[in-house]
Design a protein around this ligand. Structure first.
Ligand code: BGC
Length: 742
């Protein structure tokens, strides 16, 4: 009794005196002084700050009309706007400047989908830290990244911004990005507040059409779409952004189940939730709000603290508070979270006028960008060791619309980068091999060009060379927000170009730069080598040349399955088995030509049931051999662990890195379980002939799932486990989980 009293007293004492308690008190005092208008101002984010700042906006800042601006103004404008806020507004509350720093700021790293192919959290963390340093130097406080949406649909233009199809990989890499942006504390110089977006289900847009509805059953939501967001909360992400889509009919920006029940109550998230761009007012078009007032009511009740761009909060919440349809406590809770973030960033009760300077790309930033690009490239084919270039290769024909397009290799969301600071593959090849050994013909003005006018020059260049490097794919503007495609082939006349070049008989290496998985079966068949390079960013050229020249070996692995054709979508590795699974013996269906099938299994008449390139795949200049995995104990009990190990041997002639992948399968459960689920991965570097053992520990929580009543649990029974080079290969070992020790 006395002990309890003592503990309570000392806790109270600690609360009263802790720095956090002091801050909360100061926020209380500030809140008490704020008018309702000023509170609603804090809850409003605008994009209307142009350069130079208009008198109207300056006046609005003085009046406390905005708590935050996004993607607005130049560094000097931000300084001026902040000065007005902290010197001329009544309560001197600093502004929060948000921006889409998605895959770099001045230095552009590969698009997130490319970064995820590195399977390298440490590297991704360093890239995010670099972006944070650059952006914060120019007065940015908050980035709208990482995007944690899972997608199984490469038609969706925003697949470029995802970290792939897998919840575990996305969780690991998303958390790494958050650590990179935020550091140990938001107050550290050179850091940004991160934002987990888009909550939730956005990547399941029907038909891959952006903004489209999503219908996700709760167990799939919890097992596939939500884990990366939960991991973000665990990693301490400062903010969340809602999504544009309606999830099961309820728009994410007014979705109480997502924002209140899961995010606030289950996950105990205490940071701020911002809407997406006008997604609050869009609830009217969704047909769940009759007007702007109802949209505001739904959003704020669900838990959206700050409204991005649309102005329903400022215009309607006063009336709704007066009508007692919203409590002042709800408003205050939202404003408190916003003020707390401003404090954590060192702005409120801190130093909002920190110096802002123009940022330059540093040598270190370039080195990190090159490393990320190198590790992101995925070698998909390398017949007869066509890569790296043999010493005998003297003249190289460089052909294609993406060989020398700085803008296109940067990808989407690069508003702070400069194309002239980006080194293209052509520029790097010329530097490395000398301009006279490189025969360059773009052949097509861009990836969509259908003119064959310059094919003749390309064929001539190919004939005059020892080999041909084709740089094909998709321009920057073919992926990203609102840029979905229904066809996934190489656009324009690119395929026709490959047909013509192939007729020369010269060995072809195709490098594909794209914001998504494309279908290019015929092109790959005509190429001896295929390297997938995504949109690799500022250092894409030098990174590519290091690989082509053999200074490094490719080590990227696909973070998303590549379909053979659009008709297979959705195709993903962690699917269920069905009651009639097709078998390997049923492979070999001619592409696009219906055959009379044998057997009643789950497959197609006109294409194989497997992907063109499976999740996890990536070749190397060397070869690796995996031993059958070993398990430390055939039985796993509650509270214990089993260790799974395998030996990996470099059986080739070059030193290289390999990403070993751990997969499990729950063989019998009350709910059907995926045929494989990624549960771990490790990058290892091996010299020729070298053998290393990789080990992973598995415990009960790694095997858990949501049962029919949405209970997270692990059921007793047998499990398969693989350590393998991708999701389609490898041998397994089995163990059992026993729920009780008896
Ligand atoms: C996008 C968000 C982005 C926001 C601000 C929206 O259109 O969906 O991802 O952060 O704009 O630019």
């Amino acid at each position: 009794m006395f002990g309890l009293l003592f503990r309570t007293l000392s806790m109270t004492f600690a609360l009263q005196t802790s720095p956090q308690a002091e801050i909360e008190k100061r926020i209380d005092t500030l809140l008490a002084r704020m008018t309702l208008e000023e509170k609603l101002g804090q809850m409003s984010q605008s994009t209307a700050m142009r350069s130079p700042i208009s008198e109207d906006i300056k006046q609005q800042i003085r009046q406390g009309r905005w708590g935050s601006f996004l993607n607005a103004g130049l560094p000097a404008d931000r300084v001026e706007a902040q000065r007005i806020a902290v010197k001329e507004s009544r309560l001197r509350i600093p502004l929060l400047f948000g921006r889409d720093v998605i895959h770099g700021y001045r230095t552009v790293f590969p698009i997130p989908l490319g970064q995820s192919a590195t399977w390298n959290p440490e590297l991704i963390e360093r890239a995010a830290a670099t972006a944070a340093r650059e952006a914060s130097t120019e007065g940015i406080h908050w980035t709208f990244a990482p995007m944690l949406d899972i997608t199984r649909d490469p038609r969706w233009g925003r697949v470029a911004e995802t970290l792939g199809e897998d919840p575990y990989l996305t969780s690991q890499l998303g958390a790494a990005m958050i650590r990179g942006f935020q550091g140990k504390s938001l107050g550290e110089a050179g850091r940004l507040a991160a934002c987990a977006k888009h909550f939730a289900g956005y990547g399941a847009a029907e038909g891959g059409r952006d903004y489209n509805s999503t219908f996700i059953p709760e167990n799939q939501l919890r097992e596939v779409y939500l884990p990366p967001f939960h991991a973000a909360v665990t990693a301490g992400v400062a903010t969340f952004m809602t999504a544009f889509n309606a999830l099961n009919g309820v728009p994410a920006s007014g979705n109480r189940f997502l924002l209140d029940h899961i995010l606030r109550k289950e996950w105990k998230f205490t940071g701020i939730v911002v809407s997406d761009y006008e997604s609050v007012i869009e609830m009217v078009k969704h047909g769940v709000a009759a007007d702007a007032g109802e949209a505001a009511l739904k959003a704020v009740t669900a838990g959206v603290d700050m409204e991005m761009v649309s102005t329903t909060y400022f215009e309607h919440l006063r009336r709704l508070v007066e009508q007692r349809r919203i409590s002042m406590a709800t408003i205050d809770a939202a404003v408190r979270r916003i003020l707390r973030l401003k404090h954590q960033l060192g702005l409120l009760f801190g130093d909002p006028m920190r110096p802002v300077a123009a940022v330059e790309i540093s040598t270190e930033a370039r080195a990190i960008a090159k490393e990320v690009a190198i590790e992101s490239f995925v070698l998909l084919k390398n017949d007869n060791g066509v890569l790296p270039f043999a010493a005998a290769v003297n003249r190289i024909a460089v052909i294609g619309p993406l060989a020398d397009s700085a803008v296109d290799q940067m990808g989407s969301w690069v508003m702070d980068a400069k194309p002239e600071e980006t080194e293209t593959p052509l520029a790097s090849l010329r530097k490395k091999y000398g301009a006279d050994r490189i025969q360059y013909v773009a052949a097509l003005a861009n990836s969509r060009d259908t003119s064959r006018e310059n094919f003749g020059a390309a064929i001539k260049a190919a004939k005059a060379s020892d080999m041909v490097l084709l740089l094909l794919g998709e321009e920057q503007i073919l992926s990203g927000e609102a840029h979905s495609r229904a066809f996934l082939n190489l656009p324009g006349a690119q395929e026709a170009l490959v047909d013509e070049i192939a007729k020369t008989g010269k060995p072809i290496v195709t490098i594909i730069l794209a914001g998504r998985p494309l279908t290019f079966h015929g092109v790959a068949a005509k190429s001896a080598g295929v390297l997938y390079a995504w949109h690799p960013g500022t250092m894409g050229g030098p990174a590519l040349v290091e690989l082509l020249a053999g200074e490094r070996s490719p080590s990227g692995k696909l973070s998303i399955s590549f379909p053979r054709t659009v008709g297979q979508i959705p195709i993903y590795y962690n699917h269920l088995n069905t009651g009639r699974p097709a078998s390997v013996g049923e492979l070999g269906v001619p592409l696009g030509n219906p055959v009379n099938p044998q057997g009643f299994t789950s497959k197609y008449l006109d294409v194989d049931f497997t992907p063109e390139y499976p999740f996890g795949l990536g070749l190397s200049y060397t070869t690796f051999e995996y031993s059958t995995p070993r398990i430390s104990s055939a039985i796993l009990t509650r509270g214990s662990r089993v260790t799974v190990s395998a030996d990996i041997t470099n059986t080739g002639k070059r030193e290289a890195e390999e990403v070993a992948q751990l997969y499990v399968r729950d063989l019998v459960a009350s709910v059907a379980r995926p045929v494989r689920q990624l549960k771990g991965f490790r990058r290892v570097r091996l010299k020729p002939g070298e053998k290393r053992t990789v080990s992973f520990a598995l415990s009960e929580s790694d095997l858990s799932f949501y049962n029919e009543s949405m209970r997270l649990l692990t059921e007793a029974g047998e499990f398969q486990v693989w350590i393998s080079p991708d999701a389609a290969r490898g041998s397994d070992v089995r163990f059992s989980f026993q729920a009780s020790p008896h």
